[in-house]
Design a protein around this ligand. Structure first.
Ligand code: G4P
Length: 506
């Protein structure tokens, strides 16, 4: 029997401690499968060397996209949600490939803007969230304040599972409500090194803790898994507090691989045939190689190296000979992958974001959305004879998921939309390198876009009066180009029969 799987991501605002926590999770997990750290033999080495070769020769870094570790018979797949400058639609889409998420917040700062954005994407798909309040070794806010903020801002029920006994300079340890044990800081670094006890908690803290235990609801597994309640853990990634409890919580409470929507059907992980969907395509930065790695979230079946799968976009099967299997722990099964696992598939641009792969070509996963861009730019061609090439390039790149493209109802130049700045740089360099199109990106008057839906007559009417603010996307769907978020609200109020959607299902 293969290990149970837990496929999850960490959502946070930069600096909250995602990187530190990731390292600690991997360390705790013991078996770390990061580039160069796996000492594998035979099949496992082959599996690894395939992708290391790809990385070295072609300059594609895939190692940090998926991190797999094992603990107590559970396999954890941690998917990276790129942040900081790398923030892009990929960051959002990764959340469509996980079954749950850990939300890391800084004990002193609470919910920050990027956390909120990522949380909203989780909510869209009812992805259950475990909250980790990090940096309790520092002076932070009162834990009650943090819990109430999570409850208010995210409209979630909160259920604390731990409590810090003091914070900052007064930090004496971390109480686990489930076991009643207090993890203690040790030595000059005040780290957690494994010492726990059940000593009595001193006066004021005891009162606080009692209040916390009666003041919030107990963990309701169903409410958590529906995305209505979040269990809250406290800790310090830096000093190793709360990390063990967090892993334990993911194993204990986080959902196993979930069925995935395919039209009106739900494809269960227990289905025999292999199915999966592409949630991310990573292109090569080296213009001499057109290789891409498509990341497939496996939904069902047992994948075996060399297996033939049919991509929905292609119609004919491809043999997956050199998959990147991030799971390479058990040498016997290093050439296989299970539902919940991620497989990297090298290809030359045949696989696109949103594609389904299946053995029988009888499934189409739905619900992998596009997200409203947060940066919009007008594309200006340097050489006007290249209009056709530009259009082809923009269509290709939007299909690949690098950018979104909008063709204004009035006016000639196309508008591209992204959610992160880095995507624009990638766009310009790929236009030049791969399509030989020199283009510049100029400011556009628009700040965001919304997909329009509603009764046809209302849409027509809206179109008549708002031509200057309308565009069609690559599929010809009508999009409202807003000059500000306020503009969206205003139009929504004026046109209650229309919906202005920030996401679009592909
Ligand atoms: P990110 O990936 O979410 O951006 O955060 P990262 O882990 O890089 O952490 C941001 C900063 O916060 C780092 O400090 C890190 O050491 C610190 N940090 C993370 N977890 C904790 C914690 O539990 N307690 C305390 N006190 N600090 C924590 P830095 O000075 O910016 O970087 P570095 O020089 O320490 O690497």
């Amino acid at each position: 029997m293969p290990n149970p799987r837990r496929t999850f991501a960490i959502i946070s605002h930069p600096d909250a401690g995602k990187t530190t926590l990731t390292e600690k999770l991997l360390l705790q997990g013991g078996a770390i499968h990061l580039a160069g750290e796996v000492k594998a033999r035979g099949a496992a080495r082959r599996a690894r060397s395939d992708w290391m070769k790809i990385e070295q020769q072609r300059g594609i870094s895939v190692t940090s996209s998926v991190m797999t570790f094992e603990k107590d018979g559970v396999t954890f797949n941690l998917l990276d949600t790129p942040g900081h400058e790398d923030f892009s639609e990929d960051t959002y889409r990764t959340l469509t490939a996980v079954d749950s998420a850990i939300m890391v917040i800084d004990a002193a700062k609470g919910i920050e803007p990027q956390t909120l954005k990522l949380f909203e994407v989780c909510r869209l798909r009812s992805v259950p969230i475990i909250t980790f309040v990090n940096k309790v070794d520092r002076e932070g806010r009162d834990p009650f304040e943090t819990l109430d903020e999570v409850a208010d801002k995210l409209a979630l029920d909160v259920s604390p599972q731990m409590w810090p006994v003091g914070m900052g300079g007064l930090f004496e340890g971390l109480l686990d409500f489930r076991t009643g044990e207090i993890a203690r800081p040790e030595g000059s670094s005040k780290e957690y090194l494994g010492t726990r006890d059940t000593a009595e908690i001193p006066g004021e803290y005891a009162e606080q803790i009692e209040l916390a235990q009666v003041g919030y609801p107990e963990l309701d597994l169903e409410a958590y898994r529906n995305g209505d309640m979040t269990p809250v853990y406290f800790g310090s990634a830096l000093k190793n507090f709360g990390v063990e409890e967090l892993i334990d919580a993911i194993a204990r409470y986080a959902p196993p691989p979930r069925p995935q929507p395919a039209g009106d059907a739900q494809i269960s992980p227990t289905r025999d045939e292999v199915t999966g969907f592409i949630f991310k395509v990573q292109a090569n930065m080296d213009p001499n190689h057109r290789d891409r790695i498509a990341f497939m979230r496996q939904v069902s079946g047992t994948f075996k190296r060399g297996m033939k799968l049919t991509p929905s976009g292609l119609g004919k099967p491809i043999a997956v000979h050199s998959p990147i299997l991030f799971f390479a722990q058990d040498r016997e099964i290093a050439d296989t992958a299970e539902p919940g696992d991620i497989i990297g598939i090298p290809n030359h641009g045949t696989l696109r974001v949103g594609d389904t792969l299946s053995e029988k070509n009888d499934v189409r996963f739905t619900g992998l959305p596009n997200f409203a861009p947060e940066i919009l730019r007008r594309v200006q061609l340097r050489d006007p004879t290249k209009t056709k090439q530009l259009r082809k390039a923009l269509d290709d790149l939007s299909e690949e998921g690098v950018i979104q493209v909008f063709y204004p109802v009035i006016g000639g130049s196309s508008i591209v939309g992204v959610v992160g700045q880095l995507q624009l740089d990638v766009l310009v360099s790929r236009l030049a390198a791969e399509y030989k199109v020199e283009a510049a990106l100029e400011a556009s008057p628009f700040a965001t876009a919304r997909w329009l839906k509603g009764p046809q007559e209302k849409l027509d009417e809206f179109e008549r009066f708002n031509q200057g603010n309308l565009a069609h996307d690559r599929d010809g769907d009508l999009v409202f180009m807003a000059k500000s978020p306020w503009d969206v609200g205003y139009q929504q109020e004026k046109n209650p029969e229309l919906t202005f959607s920030a996401t679009k299902e592909r």
